[in-house]
Each structure stands twice: as structure tokens, then as C-alpha cells.
Design a protein around this ligand. Structure first.
Ligand SMILES: C[S@@+](CC[C@H](N)C(=O)[O-])C[C@H]1O[C@@H](n2cnc3c(N)ncnc32)[C@H](O)[C@@H]1O
Length: 238
């Protein structure tokens, strides 16, 4: 089907549903098991979710980009009383997620149609434990989410111990990652990249998850999880 922003398709394989937007896989959910995250970068963000607060403790999360809403569902099943807001720019994607990807909105999980760059400005200061940047315009982070002003907004809405996790897809020589790294390091005292070794060596294309916080990141737990991942990933403190 054609949504407002993309040609969208859902591919079903047993209990897995893959959302494809303009020919790119934008998310996979397992309707039978919300803990199963198929994309490595989502698993690395889940490692952070698992590590940065005591197990089961509820958290306040802002999701910039909804897609298949795999991560909101992961948070809901692992930290059940968490409060989450998802901003998804494409109303057709939200409709597909509701009809085909098992997305159920309830008071603790609000899915709103809108541009995350604008919606974040309406959020109160110090109100989020975690901001997940996972919005894409084709293969790129949208321009409005790639500015110093936006990263400043992320810092403003995070609680003092909150964390920003940003997914960037890039190819060598990783110019887009470098831009985001600079923006995140200008605003946060503690920054790390998590990615496959070939990506960190600058040899292979892939996803880099940038993490930024005003407090130390849970690097040991992230390292253990990344080392145990198949395929293996690595943590690079900046
Ligand atoms: C990779 S998907 C997000 C996957 C999601 N994190 C999950 O857990 O399944 C990226 C989504 O970002 C949305 N998007 C792109 N630009 C956006 C923006 N400015 N604000 C909000 N959503 C946006 C796209 O429509 C797409 O659905």
C-alpha cells in the first residue's frame, strides 16, 4: 500500500512480521514473542534498556520514529509499568502497525502521529529516562533530527541520569555517524558507539548505535552483551 510517506509492505513469516518502507526493512516484530528483536541494532538498544536501570523497574521512554514499534513492545514486556510515547510521522505506518503488527495503544503506550523534531519541543524538562532516536528519511536520519538544537532538546527532556540512544546507518567513511557523534559529544559528557567490529574499523557498512548521557554509561554490561551477540558486536567509548 502507499502511505503518506512511503510504499509500505508487510511480510509475514510464521509469527514474524516485517515492515518494509520504500524497499527497506524498517522493523520486525514477532507477534508471539515481543522480546525477540531481529535487528542487531535494536538488540543493542535493548541491552541498554536491560542494563541502565534495575531489572523490571519502570521507565519513561520517548521513541523518535515508530515503525513496527518493536522497541516499545520490548520495553512494555520487560518493564511492564513503563510510560512510553511514540512519535511516528507517517499515519499510514501507525495504521499498518495497528492492523497487522499487533500494536495496541493503551494509556502507558501512546502512539502519536507527528514529526518527532516538533513533538519533542512540547515535552517537559527532565521527564524521560530514555530517548530512542530511530527515525529515517530513506537511509538517513531526517535533517530536523540532525541538528545541535535537536540534541539540545533531547538533553532538556532527559532526567539527569537519562540516556539518549541514536541509531545511524552509514557506509565507510562514516561521515553521517561523525556528524552525529560530534552533535552528541557537544551535549553529553559520556558517549559510546556500539556496532559490529567491521563497522567500528571503518571497513563495512552498517548500523552504529550512539549512546550519550550526562552520567557514566553501563559500559561493562553493554560490552558483555555485545560480545555475546551473534554476530558479535563491540562497544567503543568516545
Ligand atoms: C526504523 S523505523 C523505527 C523502528 C522502531 N524504533 C521500532 O521499534 O520498531 C523508522 C520510522 O521513523 C519514521 N520517521 C521518519 N521521520 C520521522 C520524524 N521526523 N518523526 C517521527 N517519525 C519519523 C518512519 O516513518 C519510520 O516508520
Amino acid at each position: 500500500m502507499q502511505t503518506e510517506f512511503a510504499a509500505a509492505e508487510i511480510i509475514a513469516d510464521a509469527s514474524a512480521r516485517t515492515l518494509v518502507l520504500d524497499g527497506r526493512e524498517a522493523g520486525v516484530v514477532d507477534l508471539a514473542d515481543p522480546r525477540r528483536l531481529v535487528f542487531g541494532y535494536m538488540r543493542r538498544i535493548a541491552d541498554l534498556i536491560d542494563a541502565f536501570r534495575p531489572a523490571g523497574a519502570s521507565i519513561d521512554v520517548l521513541h523518535l520514529g515508530g515503525g513496527a514499534c518493536a522497541l516499545p513492545r520490548y520495553v512494555d514486556v520487560t518493564r511492564p509499568r513503563s510510560r512510553q510515547i511514540v512519535w511516528e510521522i507517517d499515519p499510514g505506518v501507525v495504521a499498518l502497525a495497528r492492523e497487522h503488527l499487533g500494536l495496541r495503544a493503551f494509556p502507558r503506550l501512546r502512539v502519536k502521529v507527528g514529526d518527532a523534531a516538533e513533538m519533542i519541543r512540547l515535552r517537559p524538562d527532565r521527564s524521560a529516562d530514555l530517548v530512542i532516536g530511530d527515525a529515517f528519511d530513506g537511509p538517513h536520519v531526517p535533517a530536523a533530527l540532525s541538528t545541535a538544537a535537536h540534541v539540545g532538546e533531547v538533553r532538556r527532556v532527559l532526567k539527569p541520569t537519562g540516556v539518549f540512544a541514536l541509531n545511524v546507518v552509514d557506509v565507510p567513511p562514516f561521515e553521517e555517524v561523525a556528524v552525529h557523534d560530534g552533535l552528541v559529544r557537544d551535549v553529553f559528557e559520556h558517549v559510546a558507539w556500539v556496532a559490529p567490529p567491521g563497522v567500528l574499523r571503518g571497513r563495512a557498512p552498517g548500523n552504529v548505535v550512539l549512546m550519550g548521557a550526562a552520567v557514566p554509561l553501563p559500559l561493562e554490561a553493554l560490552r558483555r552483551a555485545a560480545a555475546a551477540a551473534v554476530p558479535r558486536e563491540q562497544v567503543l567509548p568516545r
